[in-house]
Design a protein around this ligand. Structure first.
Ligand SMILES: [Zn+2]
Ligand SMILES: [Zn+2]
Ligand SMILES: [Zn+2]
Length: 493
């Protein structure tokens, strides 16, 4: 620990220090010359073995080598009056180690009895023997440390439970660690136990009783079982386990709020949930995998992985731009434009779009409607244009392989609808379908409660009727806004 040096002052101190050559006040005249305060301080702290074999402080300088007092002729008081050791002195002729020892004894002695509890003796020894007594003093002189050790000194017995009752702090865990290290306290896996306490409270935050039971099982059979297989639970494991359970509870409570059971969970629900919250929601992936494995949730669901540097959802401006391109660029295939609208405006999945048949589509002079899941969605002008074009020419040059087909999006294999992956690839030239879908869901969540949106997307027939009116209104508003912006852009062009 060297103090920052002040600037040199050659006018005030014309004679430079014999050791560092800088112009500072000379504090001692030693055989090798006048020494400045910095070099004096450093000399007291220089330890090693002198050429004569003496081990200890080497404050002198002989042939540019640190040397002991005897060899160098340097006169310096570095003899502790208490322990006799040769060392830098702290105060009243005592070295740092002796002063620290006194402080430790003082703090750990019960003032009522004037003696130290037997259990604390090894702790005192450990604290006194700190390698760097000056750092030890800095640590122990802190108010909270002093207070903690005083509390400990008067504790009736020293057990883990005694520690548990003292205020939770780093000091408490550090001292507990020392006592464990010295065999005063039995080894106890602190983080394992803290997780147990934490989880017991966290589980109670699950609102639905059935979900609460599920979280209890998740904690017990996933996290605690893993922790119990470890020699020692690390802080990382502890924090990750907390975070994973927290996010799982958030997801389950969200589902409860929207009348959705985990068994009925769909990808659309998950996407809406994920799109409506912070990126940490991806952490629910672990719970989801466990829930699927234990058959508590339907198979095949996934949380969108978070990729650094890429936004998982398309921003509103990007969506508008993509939609404008889709509606107004006539170079694009009508089939791609028709599918793109369902993704950009309605957040539909490519899988569901690929499976549409002409039975799901109604084209009249006034209106084009597409049945998505359980509801009909009206496509107002100009969103209907690609659908009208497609209805007028449904074969899109694949008629030969589809003589009797009813698929809207015909595949290259005879009689099959387009592969959803192929559709996604085609649309990928205009926008990322995944990002667009999440972006749309995000926009929709601003207009209507998220579960209503999920239901409107056609996934949850059990509760759809309850919200049918609300969702229809929300959609009307949303679709009107989208159509307006597209029409506006049309006029502007
Ligand atoms: Zn100097
Ligand atoms: Zn010597
Ligand atoms: Zn001493």
């Amino acid at each position: 620990m060297s103090r920052p040096r002040k600037a040199e002052d050659p006018i005030r101190w014309p004679v430079p220090c014999a050791r560092c050559g800088q112009h500072h006040q000379t504090v001692a005249r030693w055989p090798d010359g006048g020494v400045c305060g910095y070099c004096y301080q450093q000399a007291k702290r220089t330890r090693g073995t002198c050429a004569c074999g003496h081990e200890g402080v080497l404050p002198g300088m002989v042939d540019d080598q640190p040397a002991c007092r005897r060899c160098s002729g340097v006169r310096l008081n570095i003899d502790c009056v208490s322990c006799g050791a040769e060392d830098e002195l702290h105060s009243r002729g005592r070295c740092w180690t002796c002063v620290l020892g006194n402080v430790v004894d003082d703090l750990l002695t019960d003032p009522a009895t004037g003696s130290m509890a037997n259990e604390l003796v090894p702790l005192a020894a450990a604290l006194k023997s700190m390698k760097r007594a000056n750092s030890g003093m800095t640590w122990i002189r802190q108010k909270h440390v002093t207070a903690f050790l005083r509390n400990l000194a008067v504790a009736p017995t020293i057990t883990h439970e005694t520690f548990d009752q003292l205020p939770d702090s780093r000091t408490r865990e550090y001292v507990r660690g020392l006592l464990t290290e010295y065999g005063v306290l039995p080894r106890r896996d602190e983080l394992r136990r803290r997780y147990e306490n934490w989880a017991a409270e966290a589980i109670e935050r699950t609102t639905d009783p059935q979900n609460r039971e599920l979280i209890r099982r998740y904690v017990r059979w996933h996290h605690q079982r893993r922790m119990n297989q470890m020699d020692e639970v690390t802080r990382g494991t502890f924090l990750r386990a907390k975070q994973q359970v927290t996010v799982a509870i958030e997801l389950l409570n969200w589902l409860t709020d929207h009348g959705i059971s985990l068994r009925d969970l769909t990808q659309a629900h998950l996407d809406v949930w994920q799109a409506g919250g912070p990126t940490t929601r991806r952490i629910a992936e672990r719970f989801l995998k466990w829930a699927i494995k234990t058959k508590a949730a339907p198979a095949g669901l996934a949380i969108v992985p978070h990729r650094r540097g890429t936004s998982p959802k398309l921003a509103k401006s990007g969506q508008d731009e993509a939609l404008n391109r889709v509606v107004h660029t006539h170079g694009l295939d009508a089939r791609d434009r028709a599918a793109a609208i369902l993704i950009l405006v309605f957040g539909q999945q490519a899988e569901n779009i690929a499976r549409l048949t002409w039975d799901d589509v109604t084209v009249t002079d006034e209106l084009v409607t597409v049945q998505l899941g359980t509801i009909d969605i009206a496509l107002p002008d100009p969103l209907d244009k690609p659908w009208r074009e497609l209805a007028a020419n449904p074969g899109h040059n694949l008629t030969a392989s589809h003589p009797n087909t009813n698929w809207v999006f015909r595949g290259t294999s005879p009689g099959r609808h387009i592969h959803p992956g192929h559709l996604t690839t085609r649309l990928g030239r205009i926008f990322s379908t995944r990002a667009a879908r999440l972006g749309t869901l995000h926009e929709l969540t601003k207009l209507a409660p998220v579960a209503i949106i999920a239901e409107t997307l056609g996934y949850s027939p059990t509760t759809i009727e309850r919200h049918a009116t609300d969702s229809a209104a929300a959609y009307a508003q949303y679709v009107a806004a989208v159509s307006d912006s597209v029409l506006h852009a049309e006029r502007g062009n």
